[in-house]
Design a protein around this ligand. Structure first.
Ligand SMILES: [Zn+2]
Length: 320
C-alpha cells in the first residue's frame, strides 16, 4: 500500500516550496479576459499551467453579477472582487463554486460579506478535509501564508444547493448549473451559458488534460466528459491553466488520458500485477509538488488501480 499522503499533499491547487514562503505583502492583481459580452475569465496564474493557481470568472447582468469560484484565500478573493469592480458597479448576487477544494473556495467569505449568496453542491467532502476543518485551514495557512488567510472563515455552505441540473435566470441571462457526477470531487458543478456557449468546467478540465480523480473517479470523469462534449462549447474555462484554443480538443485529450489509464490499470489487475508493479513505469511523485504532472499521474494511477480492482471483484458500489 502507498503511505497515506499528508493533508498538505492532498490539496489540489498550487502547493510548492516557494509558495509556502511566498511574500504575501503584495496583493495579487488580475486582468479579466472578456469571453463574450459581459462574460469574463480571471486566470489565476498561467505561468505554471495545470499546476498553477486556480481560475475564476464572472458574468455581468443588468440585475447583478454572478461569480464563478472564489480563488484560494480571502486576499485573492478581495483581488478578484476588485477586478470585478473595475468592470462593473453591479452588486454581486451569486457566487457559484465548481467544487469544494480550498484553492477554489477559500476566498468565498469576501463575496459573502459583499452580499452574495452561494450556489454549490452540498457535498463538501474532499480528502483534504479528512483531518477536520482546523487541520485543513492550518495546512492552507502554510500554503498561502498567514496574511493571505487573515479573516478566513468557511463560507462554502450553499444557500442554493444544486445536486442535478438547475437554471439561474438573472438580468436576461440564462446560466445553467449542472452536477455531472462525482468526477473530480463529490461536489462538482459546471457553469454553462447556452446563448454565449461559454463553459466554466472547474477542475473537470485543466490545461494539460491530467485531471485529478483522487477525490472522484475515472468512470464519473468519463461520463462528465461526455456531457461536456454534448454541450458544444465555443469557449471553455478550465479550473487551472490557460483557456484552450480548441475546447473540444481539451475534452478529447482528457478523455484519452483517463481511458488510457483505465486500460493500463485494468490490464494490470487482470494479469494479477500488484499496484506497485502497475505504478512502476510512472515517474515518482515530486516532493512538495502534489499537483505537478508526475504527482498527478501517479496519484491518479493509484486511485484508478483501486477502481479497477473493485470492478474486477464486482465490488464497484463499495468504492469510497
Ligand atoms: Zn480541484
Amino acid at each position: 500500500m502507498t503511505p497515506l499522503p499528508t493533508l498538505l499533499s492532498l490539496l489540489s491547487g498550487l502547493v510548492t516550496a516557494t509558495s509556502v514562503s511566498a511574500d504575501t505583502s503584495r496583493p495579487p492583481t488580475y486582468t479579466p479576459r472578456r469571453l463574450a459580452d459581459g462574460v469574463y475569465a480571471v486566470l489565476g496564474d498561467t505561468g505554471r499551467g495545470s499546476e498553477g493557481r486556480s481560475n475564476a470568472g464572472f458574468i455581468v447582468t443588468t440585475d447583478g453579477v454572478v461569480v464563478v469560484d472564489a480563488l484560494a484565500s480571502p486576499r485573492e478573493g478581495e483581488a478578484l472582487l476588485k477586478t470585478i469592480r473595475r468592470v462593473t458597479t453591479q452588486p454581486v448576487r451569486w457566487l457559484v463554486l465548481t467544487h469544494h477544494h480550498p484553492d477554489h473556495t477559500f476566498g468565498a467569505v469576501v463575496f459573502r460579506r459583499a452580499g452574495a449568496k452561494v450556489i454549490a453542491h452540498p457535498d463538501t467532502r474532499t480528502l483534504a478535509s479528512e483531518g477536520g476543518p482546523d487541520a485543513l485551514v492550518a495546512d492552507w495557512v502554510r500554503v498561502v501564508g498567514l496574511d493571505a488567510m487573515r479573516g478566513f472563515e468557511f463560507a462554502d455552505t450553499p444557500d442554493r444547493p444544486v445536486t442535478g441540473r438547475d437554471t439561474l435566470r438573472l438580468g436576461g441571462r440564462t446560466i445553467v448549473l449542472d452536477h455531472p457526477g462525482a468526477a473530480h470531487t463529490a461536489g462538482d458543478l459546471i457553469v454553462w451559458l447556452p446563448k454565449e456557449r461559454v463553459l466554466f468546467a472547474g477542475d473537470l478540465l485543466i490545461e494539460d488534460g491530467v485531471t485529478m480523480v483522487v477525490d472522484g473517479s475515472a468512470r464519473a470523469l468519463r461520463r462528465s466528459l461526455d456531457l461536456l462534449d454534448s454541450l458544444g462549447a465555443r469557449i471553455v474555462v478550465p479550473g487551472h491553466g490557460a483557456i484552450p484554443a480548441d475546447a473540444a480538443a481539451l475534452v478529447a485529450r482528457t478523455r484519452a488520458y483517463i481511458t488510457g489509464l483505465e486500460d493500463d490499470m485494468r490490464s494490470a489487475v487482470e494479469r494479477g500485477v500488484p499496484m506497485e508493479g502497475a505504478l512502476a513505469a510512472l515517474p515518482p511523485p515530486e516532493e512538495n509538488r502534489p499537483a505537478s504532472l508526475n504527482s498527478r499521474r501517479r496519484r491518479n494511477a493509484a486511485r484508478v488501480y483501486v477502481e479497477e480492482e473493485h470492478a474486477y471483484m464486482g465490488l464497484e458500489d463499495s468504492l469510497p
